[in-house]
Design a protein around this ligand. Sequence first.
Ligand code: FBP
Length: 313
Amino acid sequence: MSGMGDRRSISLTEGLTEMESDLSKVYAAIAKGAMRIARELPFRVGMTSSVNPSGETQAELDVFANDLFAHSLIDTGVVSEVASEEMETPMTAKSPSPRMLSVAMDPLDGSSNITTNNPLGSIFGIWRGKLPQPGRAQVAAAFVTYGPTLSLTLTRGKEVDQYIEVREGAHKDQFVRAHRAMRLPEKAEVYGIGGDRAAWTPEVKKFVEKLEARKMRLRYGGTFIGDFNQVLKRGGIFAYPMLQNKPDGKLRILYETAPISLITEYAGGTATDGRGPLLDLKPTKLAQTSPFFVGNRSLLDELRRDLSTPGSA
Ligand code: FBP
């Protein structure tokens, strides 16, 4: 298939045969739900009157995606609990067991972009046993991008593959592998830093000014997954840092940053909360947030040196 990085186009169904059985069932449920949500996007653009555990007003699509993924993951029969950014408490299976998988998800990332037709995402961290757990304990992770193309990026062992939904040809309306064993490019091209610039700490501000002086390209679209995708493909850094008015940042460890940190490490990059590896954090609450920086190892090593010398600004 032209334009696809992978030499031999294989469907997700074939790709899942290389995976452990329970995980392949979870990935198949995510793929099916993603296709359904992609078709619902034009019709579910309103807001509800309810708020999520982080106090954010829920969009219709937040609730629709949450319910669709939560039920279909439990219905696989191999998932004991689904924790979600949109639910106060996890949805659990009738007969949960510590040997079964647990999924933490952000079912619809980038809700503020629903009416502007910007990229949106869904993010999944997959563990065995009760949540919360450190990101390092994940058995797998995946994210969906609802963009010009519908894509599913997932871990296969300690590698990262990306599938794209194709709309013609032999695999019409199926996910086909476009990239196998993805690696972050050596050259760091783009950067995207969240939060109000006026609220950045002096050390973060100084670090960003260095990136700007190197003529790195600013890419910040307001959907974590949309912005992260650009770092995965072009190299660079995405961050939602500690802010003077929000010292623990905004993005949730279990639902958003631990899954993306696992994927990034498997693709040769790294992620941190500014002090140590993001994956080594030990969250005690399901919706716990932390400062978050992700991208090329060389850039993040430089950042951690800058952050560890306060007042260096
Ligand atoms: P949700 O939409 O799932 O709550 O995700 C939070 C988020 O929209 C991220 O996708 C994005 O990176 C960030 O918030 C944007 O925050 P801000 O509007 O403060 O720049």
